[in-house]
Design a protein around this ligand. Structure first.
Ligand code: UT7
Length: 323
């Protein structure tokens, strides 16, 4: 018998304010045609003044708990993937725990920028498969609008705010690729590439800083590493790209999604794409896309899903699960 981490509930939350590409034309030398043709992004959501990462996260958690038919105290652990916590400490996770009224278990943040959800899912899988937790809420929640340099057209049009959450539950399984639940997960990082995507400030430099990116370099690594990690994780799960029902990748750029699908020889009809409506929401983008695909009926029990993400660090990883 094998303990598998099975997805029992998924939910998301997006802030009310929607910003269309055309809005940037008022303040920047840019236009809707460039943004949509080079990135696939058409609009994004921005958190309201005073609306924080834990505010977005708690709404996503409540949606995932409701989808699972559970309440906060049914959960043993809460892991939040974020690079934009409300405060330096405590963690966004403990803030969400408090707001949910969850009076037991433990909560902590994982910081792997856009790869954060892969890191958090991998950690949750370890907690469940080792018997340390029965139910884990895995959350991606971000307010990247707070990190933008609004004069830098190369970055500020790309990102958005939002949150998604997945409730994982321990179930006994046969230990075969036909099991429901997480079948394989892997994470990587390579700090030699820290300068191609970073924020130029932080607590010990007394500033919040702004996001800086060498877009072309990140693009090149993204395509290569996302396809590579998807292949190896599928192999570890005993599956091949042809077995995949849905690729749910980090949503940074439609051209990255297309190139990754091409390399895996998987048709675009099997790729869940939300970048047009959300922009790049960093660690929130995968659980947001999973939630959208579940809500519109695409994700069905038994489907094989591969998720993959890459971001600052560089950090990257992927998770294969059967719904
Ligand atoms: O989530 C973490 C992972 N992040 C990513 O995966 C992002 C990866 N990178 C990308 O998605 C793309 O590299 C970008 C969308 C960021 C940029 O696209 P690109 O095709 O690589 O464009 P570029 O940076 O090479 O810029 C091409 C031109 C430049 O003008 P010149 O030098 O050719 O005159 C830029 O200044 O496009 C210009 N440009 C813009 N023009 C209008 C850059 N941003 C804009 C803009 N509007 N917003």
């Amino acid at each position: 018998m094998t303990l598998r981490a099975v997805v029992r509930g998924i939910g998301h939350y997006l802030p009310e304010r929607v910003v269309e590409n055309a809005e940037f034309e008022k303040t920047l030398d840019t236009n809707d045609a460039w943004i949509s043709s080079r990135t696939g992004i058409e609009r994004r959501h921005f958190a309201a003044e005073g609306e924080t990462t834990s505010d977005l996260g708690v709404n996503a958690c409540e949606a995932a708990l409701s989808d699972a038919g559970l309440v906060a105290d049914d959960v043993d652990a809460l892991i939040v993937a974020t690079s934009t916590p409300d405060l330096t400490f405590p963690s966004a996770a403990t803030m969400i725990q408090g707001k949910l009224g969850m009076t037991r278990g433990f909560a902590f943040d994982v910081q792997a920028v856009c790869a954060g959800f892969a890191y958090a899912m991998t950690t949750a899988n370890s907690l469940i498969s080792s018997g340390q937790a029965q139910r884990v809420l895995v959350v991606g929640s971000e307010t990247f609008s707070r990190l933008m340099d609004w004069t830098d057209r190369g970055t500020c049009v790309l990102f958005g705010d939002g949150a998604g959450a997945v409730l994982l539950e321990a179930r006994n399984a046969a230990g075969t690729p036909d099991d429901r639940g997480i079948l394989a997960a892997e994470i990587h990082s390579d700090g030699r590439y820290k300068d191609i995507l970073y924020v130029d400030g932080g607590v010990s430099t007394h500033t919040t800083g702004h996001l800086r990116m060498q877009g072309k370099e990140v693009f090149r690594h993204a395509v290569e590493k996302l396809a590579g990690t998807a292949r190896t994780t599928l192999a570890k799960a005993g599956l091949e790209p042809a077995d995949v029902d849905w690729i749910v990748p980090h949503q940074a750029n439609l051209r990255i999604l297309t190139a990754t699908a091409d390399r895996l020889n998987v048709p675009m009809e099997k790729v869940v794409v939300t970048v047009q409506d959300h922009g790049n929401t960093s660690a929130a983008s995968i659980p947001l896309a999973l939630s959208v695909a579940k809500a519109d009926g695409r994700l069905k029990e038994g489907d094989v899903v591969v998720t993959g993400a890459i971001g600052g660090g560089l950090a990257w990883g992927s998770v294969v699960f059967r719904v």
